[in-house]
Design a protein around this ligand. Structure first.
Ligand code: ITT
Length: 201
């Protein structure tokens, strides 16, 4: 059985391949592809106003364009002091036309500069969507709580990881190994539930 990971993000693909099952309950091997295997496909539009809508758009696009069962996620950082921003706009927070991780992080630090540590609470949310032939879309969600640090800490991960301090782990996501991040992350919490659905396919 084939499943398309409907994303271009290499970091996400690496994380997902460690979370998702290699065989289904019938013992059949699951082969994971991604948009890297379809280089001529244009980027799907992320025109939704919620993470769930965008996850559904990406998964449905993958299925429509390739005919393969498709899995997508849309992830957002919610910062309480910024009334939930950057939220659904996390990828293009600094520039409306492109995802620039260093610029996004700089903007986040600047916007939060008036706020003290106890006012910098935040959460990461992943909405995962599985698009099945026939049109059904299954959703799962994962969340992790923490706060935004005042300086960069750690070299691992991607995106906002060097600024996201995970309360229950006592360190930033960028200070975690890939294995540590994959035990507690928003993405892991959404996709470990999805893994159970995938095993039944
Ligand atoms: P897709 O191709 O799957 O859409 P993307 O990189 O656009 O990949 P998202 O829209 O889901 O991914 O993510 C929005 C932004 O949130 C992304 O650009 C990162 O800055 C950030 N982000 C997502 N997952 C993250 C993670 O696990 N750790 C840190 N930042 C993350």
């Amino acid at each position: 059985m084939k499943i398309l990971l409907a994303t271009h993000n290499k970091h996400k693909i690496a994380e997902l391949l460690k979370i998702l099952p290699q065989t289904n309950n019938k013992g059949e091997e699951i082969i994971y592809l991604s948009f890297a295997d379809f280089p001529l496909l244009p980027e799907p539009e992320e025109a939704g106003s919620t993470l769930k809508e965008n996850a559904a758009l990406k998964a449905a696009y993958g299925l429509r364009k390739t005919g393969i069962i498709s899995l997508a996620d849309d992830t957002g950082l919610t910062v309480d002091a910024l009334n939930g921003a950057p939220g659904v706009h996390s990828a293009r927070y600094a520039y409306p036309d492109r995802a620039d991780y260093p610029a996004n992080n700089e903007k986040l630090l600047k916007e939060l500069s008036p706020f003290k540590k106890e006012q910098r609470s935040a959460s990461f949310t992943t909405s995962a969507a599985l698009a099945l032939p026939g049109g059904e879309i299954i959703f799962k969600e994962g969340k992790v709580k923490g706060f935004i640090t005042q300086e960069y800490k750690g070299e691992n991960g991607f995106g906002y990881d060097p600024l996201f301090f995970v309360t229950e782990a006592g360190k930033t996501m960028a200070e975690m190994t890939a294995e540590e991040k994959n035990k507690i992350s928003h993405r892991f919490r959404a996709f470990k539930q999805m893994a159970e659905i995938i095993k039944t396919l």
